[in-house]
Ligand binder design. Structure first.
Ligand code: URA
Length: 208
């Protein structure tokens, strides 16, 4: 299963702080962006490169650059915004495709309400960002949207993932790799990840 639980000491340390119920909104926000940067580093480590020639201080020399079109980062509103700067710190030229998904209270299905995708998705790698992969409903709706728009290469970056969400993504999209700081135990009866982080959106926006 293409799930990557990144167990770097910096990630484990920062995630431990984020799990503290007494962490301030400011610090929670900062940690979310920092962990997002570290996940980005891992999720991009196999990007294809191409050679090119540059003028260096002592003449012409061979260098390398990332091949192909720029990446698109896809924050799932609202909580995904809390990871955006962390990704853009490492990939400042990335285009941003904002996606909003709401739950239809009658059907309980995830329904898109905002779809601001960038162009030429067939030539881009999409990095979806959402702090919590719980049931996987929003993630699947976002991948559906991207694939329908022609995107062929999708990766998901989440701070914490539940086994149920990972399995749901893998069942429909076995080609989508998931990068996470932690695979947690389970979902509770309200759909929260245990031990998780609580409501990540509320903690990021200070609305709790
Ligand atoms: N969304 C959250 O913010 N937290 C969870 O635990 C699950 C979904």
């Amino acid at each position: 299963m293409p799930v990557h639980e990144i167990s770097h000491p910096l990630i484990r340390h920062k995630l431990g702080l984020m799990r503290r119920a007494d962490l301030s909104t400011k610090n929670f926000r900062e940690m979310a962006q920092e962990v997002a940067s570290l996940l980005t580093y891992e999720a991009t480590k196999d990007l294809p490169m191409e050679p090119y020639t540059i003028q260096g201080w002592c003449g012409e020399l061979a260098a390398e650059k990332i091949a192909g079109k720029k990446i698109t980062v896809v924050p799932i509103l609202r909580a995904g915004i809390g990871m955006l700067d962390g990704v853009l710190n490492l990939i400042p030229g990335a285009r941003v495709s904002a996606v909003g998904i709401a739950r239809n209270e009658k059907t309980l299905q995830a329904q898109p309400y905002l779809e601001k995708l960038v162009g030429q998705l067939d030539q881009r790698l999409a990095l979806i960002i959402d702090p919590m992969l719980a049931t996987g409903g929003s993630m699947l709706a976002t991948i559906d949207m991207l694939k329908k728009a022609g995107c062929r290469s999708v990766r998901a970056l989440v701070l914490v993932a539940a086994p149920q969400g990972i399995e749901a993504v893998f069942a429909r999209y076995p080609d989508v790799h998931i990068y996470t700081a932690s695979i947690d135990s389970h979902l509770n009866e309200n759909g929260y990840i245990i031990p998780g982080l609580g409501d990540a959106g509320d903690r990021l926006f200070g609305t709790r």
